[in-house]
Design a protein around this ligand. Structure first.
Ligand code: KIV
Ligand code: ZN
Length: 520
């Protein structure tokens, strides 16, 4: 295990461009409200990313607001906004990021034959003219301009070289090469980057970047191939979330560069101990759970099952571990807290788990913790994380669950009595319907809130172990063609389901966002 504290002279620094808030947010059902985006942006600062792509401001007023808030309050990383090569997009992008101390406009235009002919209906000459005009307009606003020839990997290489040269001439300082549809192979990616470096005369005036999608499971391999060929920036997302199969996972590319520094001779500024806490935060906010065997941040990533492996790790961790769990922010011990643990122990544990809480947040957490400790003897890290993340959900609680009662049994239709509160008003219903107690509770909430929804996804999992474990429910509801997620936690799984359902309903009420154009 190489611990890279100092970087030998020949080590290159790779710029980490995080697009969790833009491409990542394009994962179906992963949309975040402006407050949630700001929360993620703050975590990205602590993680040490170099560039935060905060959104696509022309897409909707909510996107604009989120990018503007981030540009106003986040200091450290460059704040980037996406725009098509259209005047109104570029003007809006600049309006959103102009208060940042380090703004970047990212303009993109598709260049492949299939996009030119079928989507844009433009000739090669028109593409070059539009790209140049877009880059120039962006460069008039700020000196840091990124240009992406969308679907670059499927673009004729001669034409790609021409477009890239023209974009740099017009003022682009970063040239991003997207594999928009996840079609590339590592050898091809390497060839594209090497060719650009060899054939584009002004290429030294720009940083080359790679942006790989994971449709064939090759996003990491392709990104690393691009870096090997000379790319100086990699675009990635936390947990690899993103359009369709997602983007290259930040945690994977960072740890690959760090663990195999002997080979890549490249490093990043990422504080790797923040990888797991950031992954948990993003999973909690987006509702996109991380698969157990996910590299670096999955629950099983450092769990050894085979006896031979366990024996080896106990004798010498390096026998079966190529990275140390603590280097990615996992603690070896799962400290148990209980009824008698005080506020200081709770605060210390929350901090060790990567959460910096305000005194008000700590007060609420302490109350929730005491309530849970009354029901459950031992409180594990997983319980604590669930309580903290529940509290961090920033959607306005229009409807609050006051009480419920369900009776059911084999061969009987469930009977539910449920009460909600909306401000001062108390809403109550009683009905006999549904396929089981959870379905009955959902029907009662739907009836009281008057919002017609279709439940598209429902997951329940236990956060820790034991029969008194805290259950976490995530739901995805469809309303008027849009997907909304909700999350609830409780030791009672019916109550957790009701809370998750209401959380999604409250998002519907809060989020009356307009339909948004998206970029891949
Ligand atoms: O995948 C893609 O092509 C994109 C561009 C907007 C960079 O996300
Ligand atoms: Zn993309």
């Amino acid at each position: 295990m190489t611990d890279i504290k100092t970087h030998p002279e020949e080590s290159r620094q790779i710029v980490i461009f995080d697009t969790t808030l833009r491409d990542g947010e394009q994962s179906p059902g992963a949309s975040m409200n402006p407050a949630e985006k700001l929360e993620v942006a703050k975590a990205l600062v602590q993680l040490g990313v170099d560039v935060i792509e905060a959104g696509f401001p022309i897409a909707s007023p909510g996107d604009f607001e989120a990018v503007r808030d981030i540009a106003r309050s986040i200091r450290g990383p460059t704040i980037c906004a996406l725009a098509r090569c259209r005047n109104e997009d570029i003007d809006r992008a600049w309006e959103a990021i102009c208060e940042s101390l380090s703004p970047r406009i990212h303009v993109f235009l598709a260049t492949s034959a299939i996009h030119r002919e079928h989507k844009l209906r433009m000739s090669k000459e028109q593409i070059i003219d539009h790209a140049v005009a877009g880059v120039r307009r962006a460069a008039n606003y700020c000196p840091d301009v990124e240009f992406s020839p969308e679907d670059a990997v499927r673009t004729e290489i001669d034409f790609l070289c021409q477009v890239v040269e023209a974009a740099i001439e017009a003022g682009a300082t970063t040239i991003n090469i997207p594999d928009t549809v996840g079609y590339a192979t590592p050898a091809q990616m390497r060839h594209v980057i090497e060719t650009l470096r060899r054939r584009v005369p002004n290429i030294d005036r720009a940083v080359i970047s790679v942006h790989c999608h994971d449709d064939l499971g090759l996003a990491l391999a392709n990104s690393l191939a691009g870096i090997e060929a000379g790319a100086g920036q990699v675009e990635c997302t936390i947990n690899g979330i993103g359009e369709r199969a997602g983007n290259c996972a930040l945690e994977e590319v960072v740890m690959a560069l760090r663990t195999r520094h002997d080979y890549y001779r490249a490093h990043t500024r990422i504080v790797t101990q923040r990888l797991v806490p950031t992954s948990r935060l993003v999973a909690g906010i987006t509702g996109l759970q991380v698969q157990r065997n996910k590299a670096i941040v999955g629950r099983n990533a450092f769990a050894h099952e085979a006896g031979i492996h366990q024996d080896g790790v106990l004798k010498e961790p390096r026998t079966y571990e190529i990275m140390r769990p603590e280097d990615v922010g996992l603690t070896r011990s799962d400290l148990v807290l209980g009824k008698h643990s005080g506020r200081a122990a709770l605060a210390a544990r929350a901090e060790e788990l990567g959460y910096r809480l305000t005194p008000e947040q700590l007060n609420i957490l302490f109350e929730d913790f005491k309530r849970l400790a009354d029901k459950k003897k031992e409180i594990y890290d997983g319980d604590l994380i669930a309580l903290i993340e529940h509290q961090m959900q920033t959607v306005a609680e229009t409807f609050v669950l006051e009480s419920y009662e369900v009776s059911t049994g084999t061969g009987r239709t469930p009977r539910v009595r449920l009460a909600l509160r909306r401000g001062e008003e108390r809403l109550e219903t009683e009905l006999s319907a549904g396929d089981g107690p959870i379905d009955a509770v959902f029907l009662a909430i739907e009836k009281l809130t008057g919002l017609p929804v279709v439940c598209r996804d429902f997951h329940v999992h236990s956060v820790t172990v034991g029969k008194d474990a805290l259950g976490e429910v995530t739901v995805q509801l469809e309303h008027a063609g849009e997907l909304y997620r909700g999350r609830g936690v409780s030791t009672d799984s019916v109550e957790a389901s009701a809370l998750a359902f209401l959380n999604a309903i409250n998002r519907i009420v809060a989020n009356q966002a307009e339909p948004a154009p998206t970029a891949e």
